[in-house]
Design a protein around this ligand. Sequence first.
Ligand SMILES: O=C(O)CCC(=O)C(=O)O
Ligand SMILES: [Fe+2]
Length: 769
Amino acid sequence: MARERVAELLDASTEPAASSVYRKLPETELSVAVDGVGPLRFPVSDEQAAQLRGLGHRARFGRGEQTLTDPEVRDTWEIPKELVRVEWTAAFAAVLDGMRAELGLPPHCELTPELHSMLLYETGQFFLAHQDSEKDDAMVATLVVTLPSAHTGGELVVEHQGQTKKYRGLKTAASLVAFYADCRHQVLPVKTGNRVALTYNLLLTGDSQAAAADNPLVSELAAGLLTHFATPVVLPYSSRRGDPPARLAYLLDHEYTARGLSWSRLKGSDAARGALLRAAAERAGCEITLALAEIQETWDAYDPDEDEDAWYGDHEDEDPDEHKDSESADDRQYVLQDLIETSTTLAHWIGPETGRLENISLDLSDAEVASTTPTADMTPYASEYEGYMGNYGNTLDRWYRRAAMVIWPRDQGFASRAEASPGWALDELTAMARSGEIAEAREAARSLESFWHAAGRYPDQTELLRKALEAARELDDAQIAAILLRPFALERLVPGHGPAIGGLAAHYGDIWIDGLLRDWSESWRPGSHGLAQAPLEWLENLPRLCTALSVEGSPSITAARRIVELSWTMFAGQVGPALDGPLTSRREAWLTTLGAPCSGIIAAAAQLGSTGVLEDAHKLARTAGDRAHVLAMATLRAAGTHQAGFDELAGNCAERIRALLAQPQRALDDWSIELPTGCACELCEVLGTFLQHPERRALDWPLAKDRRRHVHARIDDAELPVRHETRRQGRPYTLVLTKAEALFERERIARERHEADLAWLTDKWKVSI
Ligand SMILES: O=C(O)CCC(=O)C(=O)O
Ligand SMILES: [Fe+2]
């Protein structure tokens, strides 16, 4: 495959670059003087070390945005840099150039050292593993110079991609170690003597691009790119061929922070590969930029220490929901088997026009990704192990961040960039249309159709929809306007969009806007996602949205009515069927949360005079049963006080409460409990008879395990005031059921609440007594 060929060529292009390199220089090549101590004599003596210590303070370290001191993490003295003067002979520059080459940095560049600190580690002192922050935009690496001194221990340990290297200081020479800023490193405790070190930031300067253009690999790479963009993708599980890939993302090997991502600061082999690929993209008529990718891999894996049998034990009387919590996993203890799934999403890139880092969100297909080093060889920043959950066996998820070079053919530039950044695309379309390039703008908009649906999952939908409404109007074409707007959803509309919706309704007509709104309510079809939190909150605010749309005489009133109708259809469709059946505490909590959205719809309907919706809502209000009553009361409570549209609901509620209160109270010796319908098995018949009996309070019932379970479940599901225990004697065990006092308490509480509700209705809603 062409993308694999590109990765191979890039691999072959670079000498394997080191991520840390070592040199030593005789002590005569440098001199160090410290104000207050004078010139240091090598090897550094105990007396001079003691004097340095007198000038030093405890060194800090960075964690996230903070700078901390904590001797458990970093126990080192730092001598103020202003007091330190270092002079090198010409040998230093030669050493730095050698290090540059060995680190794989391009020949036209130079490493410039900037003194960062002087450190003293006395016996026992150390610095735990950490990564240096990149303090300067041009910083690519750190240089540690350990001054000649008699000491043992205090080794500098540098890690990269799972490999570690250990560097020792010397008694009679300076030892120099340079490593990339993405390497974790630590200083082991000094065992004897003192270790004195200088640290430098290494900045990369110069032009890394210059040498690449003449490289013979460039034309081969360019050919690889052209083939990649011309070859249809083979679709998995299908003999059909898809379109050719829209882009190629080549993953880099080093880590980059958002701040550190730039062509001039690529590290090691990435730098040489970047220069080649840029030259090749240029030659192949492609655009290229740098991006940061989030990668998730899901592996089939197992924990060799896990006791497999534990899953099959006897769990009776245990909470069935209890399972091992998934914990943050240290990979090394798991055995990886197959890679089940990979997902790669570009989250940032350097805007091809702005040159600045922009947030984007672009899911890549496997056919669009290439790399020289497989992601599995990198170190994940997070991982999580899940024991057997039913879908797969045990899985290990690992998350990585990798930088990538992203390439696409220049003539597909608009679509390719639009997919990564829909907001940019919409702005661009509007700008084109406004500057008179209307035909070009329409053509560009049509090129989005195949992937535009994903714009509905993009962050900040409010702003994106605002831009889409604007472009839909400017392009002045009903069909294209519909394409641009289709990915959004009804619950994305906010009052601020009102005028734009009104404008579109006036321009494209009622039928067009009706079709759009219907499309937008598509995801509300029963079974699609239930009543998710977002639409519920949106329904609550429906009156405000309708106000924004209710410009007298404007076609947007029609749109507003349509929105309210669709909202009601969705709400009633989801809630109506759930109003049958007994009231449990979970049901009650759920129905209570529906009060505010329900009241939002009714208030909006009243405001617009949508009689159809109001009549329907009243039908719901007349529905019998405890559940409907809870919803009706919650709706009135959310509405708060008397307002148009709710009168009938309030009247019905009051009537229902009066009827309930008129029923005789339970006698003090009446222990009968009703078992809700739902199961007619012989066990439930026995259970029902026992429960109904006004005098019997307890039942000893020898029952096998499965049958005990069924009885537990019936009691728990209906939240009946009945205790159940298993007496573990004899065969089978005996299930002991006891009716609880709570039976009376609950009814008393319910009565009190009805009385309070009735008083409230009388007061706030003026229902007649
Ligand atoms: O002392 C050393 O060798 C390294 C110090 C270090 O890692 C740092 O200053 O960040
Ligand atoms: Fe460090």
